[in-house]
Write a protein that binds this ligand. Structure first.
Ligand code: NAP
Length: 286
């Protein structure tokens, strides 16, 4: 029940109507029996600074940040974590007294299903398809895992070079950028292949960033990881399944980035299974 004492959380973005976060967070809040509510908060780019002032005025406890504000919010925050700084994007903001602080829980979310495999990654060669916002979280995560080499594959050479130049020395030494045409040389060495492009996402479920023929070159022990969470499985993961590869879709990343954010706001353990079920239910309903 919402009362005058109920504390407010939310997600800001434009648009936010289709965000799955309210369902996931409110399910966890109800399960825990804490006096919070999580709301979708549509905010235009030109209103971002005003919105932040308003959030402080109404005592909002914290919020998620989605497209198009993940980068733009950084200069408006008093503090950002090292991981948010490395990724160059913030997806979670909380209040510290009168200050707003930000971090990026996509890295933790991305890593959760990989940590669950309980293996060593120091010999792993990672190939990341795409060089946008999600690819940045993936590269930071793979560097944190200690992977031996990270290839980032893109279609725009200038953007790829900027991507490479934006990392500190420690990450940059492991990172190589490549064009899609270079994939035939890279695929046979790849132990973890990650799609961070939107190719294959609803409403284009028949599209795939790679053909089955191109994926045949992957080693039999390779893992295929698609950040897309609708449809399930994507065409890319269907190709991987046909080749007998281990596959991971984007649902776990979404659940765990949300769980990490809720943990920051509530300062207590959160019910990940409840969040997963709520999300899966919502995805089934479309
Ligand atoms: P983004 O910043 O727009 O980046 C997309 C990247 O894909 C860019 O590098 C873009 O290349 C490339 N790309 C797009 N269409 C392409 C095409 N037809 N051929 C080749 N490359 C193409 O988007 P994002 O925020 O990184 O999100 C990417 C995907 O990850 C989305 O599907 C999103 O839903 C998913 N995601 C999932 C989670 C999760 O929790 N599971 C979290 C974040 C994102 P250019 O730069 O050359 O345009």
């Amino acid at each position: 029940m919402i009362t005058g004492k109920t504390k407010l959380l939310g997600v800001i973005g434009h648009p936010v109507e289709h965000s799955l976060s309210p369902v996931m967070h409110n399910a966890a809040i109800a399960h825990l029996g804490v006096d919070y509510v999580y709301l979708p908060l549509p905010v235009n780019s030109h209103n971002l600074a005003t919105a932040l002032t308003g959030f402080a005025a109404i005592g909002l406890q914290g919020f998620n940040v989605t497209i198009p504000h993940k980068q733009a919010i950084i200069p408006l925050l008093s503090e950002t974590t090292a991981i948010a700084h490395a990724v160059g994007a913030v997806n979670t903001v909380w209040r510290h007294g009168a200050l707003w602080c930000g971090t990026n829980t996509d890295v933790e979310g991305f890593l959760a299903p990989l940590h669950a495999l309980n293996r060593h990654w120091s010999d792993s060669i990672v190939t990341v398809l795409g060089n946008g916002g999600a690819a940045r979280a993936v590269v930071a995560a793979c560097a944190e895992l200690g992977c031996a080499q990270i290839y980032v594959v893109g279609r725009n050479l200038e953007k790829l070079q900027q991507f490479h130049a934006s990392w500190n020395y420690c990450v940059a030494t492991k990172l190589q950028v490549a064009s899609w045409e270079e994939l035939p040389q890279i695929m046979p060495q790849t132990s973890l292949l990650i799609n961070t492009t939107p190719i294959g996402m609803y409403p284009h479920p028949d599209a795939s960033p790679l053909t089955l023929d191109a994926m045949i070159q992957l080693p039999a022990a390779a893992i295929a990881y698609d950040l897309i969470y609708t449809p399930r499985p994507t065409q890319f993961l269907q190709h991987a399944e046909k080749l007998g590869l281990f596959t991971i879709d984007g649902v776990e990343m979404l659940v765990h980035q949300g769980a990490a954010a809720l943990k920051i706001w509530l300062q207590q353990p959160v019910p990940i299974e409840v969040m997963r079920q709520a999300l899966q239910q919502q995805l089934k309903q479309g």
